[in-house]
Design a protein around this ligand. Structure first.
Ligand SMILES: *Cc1c(COP(=O)(O)O)cnc(C)c1O
Length: 454
């Protein structure tokens, strides 16, 4: 699809709708001449060059990529109206689109009933899930793995709930024995299982943790902010991901997924889903300035946030119209990244200068320069990252670092002298399907960086 064509179609369509309401005089106060605008815009365009090329397979660092053109066009079209999805009165069309996309997300996870909505981020979505958890399990804390997203601890603090980080195993997954020991104390009311950790892409054993629900009377919340969409390829196939943990999400109490990570959306789009619609009672509020003109569900009644961009819902709705939540739609966009990490891990295992840190479960690769001492590994990783970024654009390689401890390295069979307690390895999120065709090039370039850093 031609982005420029569809961007102007979006402006034309909204303009045509606006003209139906008749002419009126525009106030001069916000008017800007083309000349003045051109100058300001040129400055903006210049300043935006100070960015990393998230769109290019040379960028193999953090979880960043531009949105799909369909999302850009959908967002722009709705933004020209600027609906607020707090209430149907803020924009009926996008509020209904939000309910449709949320229903699609719920059925992707296998929820037969649900209550949920979009949020501005995964952090806020998790906050809502933990808020509801505090209400259903008052006086008890929240457990999550040591490798869970850092915001769980922060949000527990905000909610005034005790939090309990649980040890991870040699693959970065929550250690269920450590969890059970903790649950026996009775101090935990909610367990957060991460479906794809932000650092390593490790998948906590959600299916096995479900057994604790009745035994210890706990809620199970799944943080699928990064990995949730991999449910679409959770089929145990060679280029898919394991089915069991993803299938278990259907039986968990709540789940979070970030369309602004693997759902091809611009930032400002997370989602929280509850399996029991009755949790809506915890959001009850009343104020003199909000009113609801119909009995239909208003999203502001089940959200901690008030104003939210209707444009986010329109963008996601339009994207899912063309790339639906099935293996042939968005699933086919995820598989190449999975194949890319598997191929790269093979290449890393055969390398004389690099080694894979562990086997990847999603589309995130972690690896280290072969070094004798931990301090040397750290210094080389940082040099490689810096040298890769400093090269001219057509030769640059963008990598990220990841901090690990000596015990975590040893648990994965890496024999380095621990002359310092922690150090950095390298990490690449291969979330663009284009990475698959680039992986040999990427490996060769990263090997060169390792040789130069040695
Ligand atoms: C990214 C991420 C979050 C936080 O989501 P934001 O949208 O960045 O606020 C939470 N959990 C996991 C597992 C993540 O990867």
């Amino acid at each position: 699809m031609d982005l420029r064509h569809w961007l102007s179609s979006a402006a034309d369509e909204i303009g045509a709708w606006q003209r139906e309401f008749g002419d009126f005089e525009r106030h001069p106060a916000p008017a800007v001449t083309d000349g003045d605008f051109a100058e300001a815009f040129a400055e903006l365009a210049g300043r935006l060059r100070d960015n990393y090329p998230f769109f290019h397979p040379r960028y193999a660092a953090q979880m960043l990529k531009p949105p799909h053109p369909a999302a850009v066009v959908g967002y722009l079209a709705a933004m020209l109206v600027n609906p607020n999805n707090h209430a149907l009165d803020g924009g009926p069309a996008t509020a209904r689109m939000e309910r449709e996309v949320v229903a699609a997300l719920a059925s992707m996870f296998g929820y037969t009933e649900h209550l949920g909505h979009l949020t501005t981020s995964g952090t806020v979505a998790n906050l809502e899930a933990l808020f509801v958890a505090r209400e259903t399990h008052p006086g008890r804390g929240v457990a999550y793995s040591e490798d869970a997203h850092y915001t769980h601890g922060r949000m527990c603090h905000l909610l005034g709930v005790p939090s309990f980080p649980v040890a991870t195993d040699g693959a970065g997954r929550m250690d269920l024995q450590a969890l059970e020991t903790l649950l026996r104390t009775g101090r935990v009311g909610t367990v957060v299982m991460t479906a794809g950790t932000t650092g390593l892409g490790a998948i906590d054993p959600i299916d096995q943790a479900l057994g604790f629900r009745e035994r210890h009377d706990v809620r199970v919340h799944v943080d699928g902010a990064y990995g949730g969409f991999f449910t679409l390829i959770a089929d145990d196939s060679a280029d898919g991901v394991p089915a069991a943990p993803f299938r278990a999400i259907a039986s968990c109490d709540s789940v979070v997924v970030d369309p602004h990570k693997h759902g091809l959306q611009p930032y400002g789009c997370g989602a929280v889903l509850f399996r029991d619609p009755a949790v809506g009672r915890f959001y009850k509020h009343d104020s003199p300035y909000t009113y609801f003109t119909s009995e239909e569900l208003h999203l502001g009644e089940i959200s901690l946030e008030c104003s939210r961009a209707g444009a986010s819902a329109a963008a996601l709705w339009l994207t899912l119209r063309v790339l639906p939540l099935d293996p042939g739609g968005l699933g086919a966009v995820l598989r190449p990244g999975r194949r890319a990490v598997l191929r790269w891990t093979e290449l890393l295992a055969g390398s004389e200068v690099l080694a894979p840190y562990q086997s990847p479960e999603l589309d995130i690769v972690s690896y280290l320069p072969r070094a004798a001492r931990l301090s040397e590994m750290d210094r080389m990783s940082v040099r490689m990252m810096e040298a890769g970024m400093a090269a001219p654009p057509a030769e640059a390689v963008f990598l990220a670092t990841y901090g690990v401890g000596a015990a975590a390295l040893a648990a994965r069979g890496h024999r380095l002298t621990a002359d310092v307690p922690t150090g950095r390895i390298l990490r690449s999120v291969l979330m663009k399907p284009e990475s698959e065709a680039w992986v040999e090039t990427l490996h060769a370039e990263v090997e060169k960086l390792a040789v130069a850093a040695g």
